[in-house]
Design a protein around this ligand. Structure first.
Ligand SMILES: NC(=O)c1ccc[n+]([C@@H]2O[C@H](COP(=O)([O-])OP(=O)(O)OC[C@H]3O[C@@H](n4cnc5c(N)ncnc54)[C@H](OP(=O)(O)O)[C@@H]3O)[C@@H](O)[C@H]2O)c1
Length: 255
């Protein structure tokens, strides 16, 4: 039986870093890379070789996810890793987001993560790992990214609870909670926004965050937090009232 890793959002940012890391794992026969843009996926395959199989899937559409599930069913692989990295953000006032954009963000960041997890679990066994990309943004409510931070709180809670349920099957679920990372996400998130985030402190490299996340998953940890800056923010969010955390955020961003 083929052992595979499925990585959503594999064509860019931290998703692509996971592709690079898992290519080094000899027991993984194939990496199934998911994103929408075919050209970017083709470039990924060209660069990293035949072990990478690409699938153009719009994860905001449940029908597209269910079509992908049919491929899993036909090939019947052993899924060693599922990494739900696909996601996007809009950092702006609530007035600048339409209902359609809001629901689409929730579909990609939350619904797709849960659907991909549920569809993959039957093909997983002892020693399999699910890694879901949450964020430092999940630690507290964040004005001017209210929907994005809420989607990431969903991912964190979902992952940690699922981790407990899957313990008896030997499958771990890790909520990966990075702070700012040098990827395309935040540059795209602020395009066209009138009032938006402008202080991206504690920026880290996606490769370092991915390497730590993989180590944490192998230790069956339910959360992965990279770097002193994010660890401090996590601790502060645990001990300070959320109203104060929001005030600090507003001051930091000069809102
Ligand atoms: N960058 C940060 O500062 C940061 C911090 C904390 C958490 N995160 C989280 O990390 C994850 C990865 O973000 P990143 O920074 O690596 O961003 P990125 O470089 O923009 O990569 C996003 C990936 O998701 C794919 N994607 C987006 N929408 C999709 C859709 N509807 N269907 C299928 N694939 C889709 C993109 O490919 P296509 O556009 O071709 O579909 C791309 O491969 C996200 O969940 C994000 O929330 C990022």
């Amino acid at each position: 039986m083929k052992k595979i890793a499925i990585i959503t959002g594999a064509s860019s940012g931290i998703g692509r870093e996971f592709v690079k890391l898992l290519l080094k794992e000899k027991e993984i026969h194939e990496i199934w890379a998911i994103a929408r843009n075919k050209e970017k996926l083709d470039r990924l395959k060209k660069r990293y070789g035949e072990k990478v199989k690409t699938f153009s899937v719009d994860l905001s559409e449940l029908d597209a996810i269910l079509e992908f599930a049919e491929i899993i069913k036909r090939k019947n692989p052993r899924i060693k890793y599922l990494i739900n990295s696909a996601g996007y953000a809009k950092f702006c006032s609530y007035q600048e987001l339409s209902a359609e954009q809001t629901v689409n963000m929730i579909d990609v960041n939350c619904s797709a993560v849960t659907a991909m997890s549920l569809l993959s679990i039957p093909y997983m066994g002892k020693g399999s790992h699910i890694l879901n990309l949450s964020s430092q943004a999940s630690f507290q409510p964040l004005p001017y990214q209210n929907v994005y931070s809420s989607t990431k709180a969903f991912v964190r809670n979902y992952s940690r609870a699922l981790n407990v349920e899957l313990k008896e099957r030997g499958i771990s679920v890790t909520a990966v909670c990075p702070g700012w990372m040098r990827t395309a996400l935040y540059r795209r998130a602020i395009i066209g926004a009138e009032k938006t985030v402008n202080n991206f402190c504690g920026m880290s490299r996606p490769g370092n965050v991915a390497a730590k996340a993989l180590r944490d998953a192998k230790r069956n940890r339910d959360m992965s937090v990279y770097g002193m800056y994010v660890r401090t923010a996590h601790l502060a969010a645990k001990i300070l009232p959320q109203k104060l955390m929001m005030k600090l955020w507003m001051m930091q961003q000069n809102f």
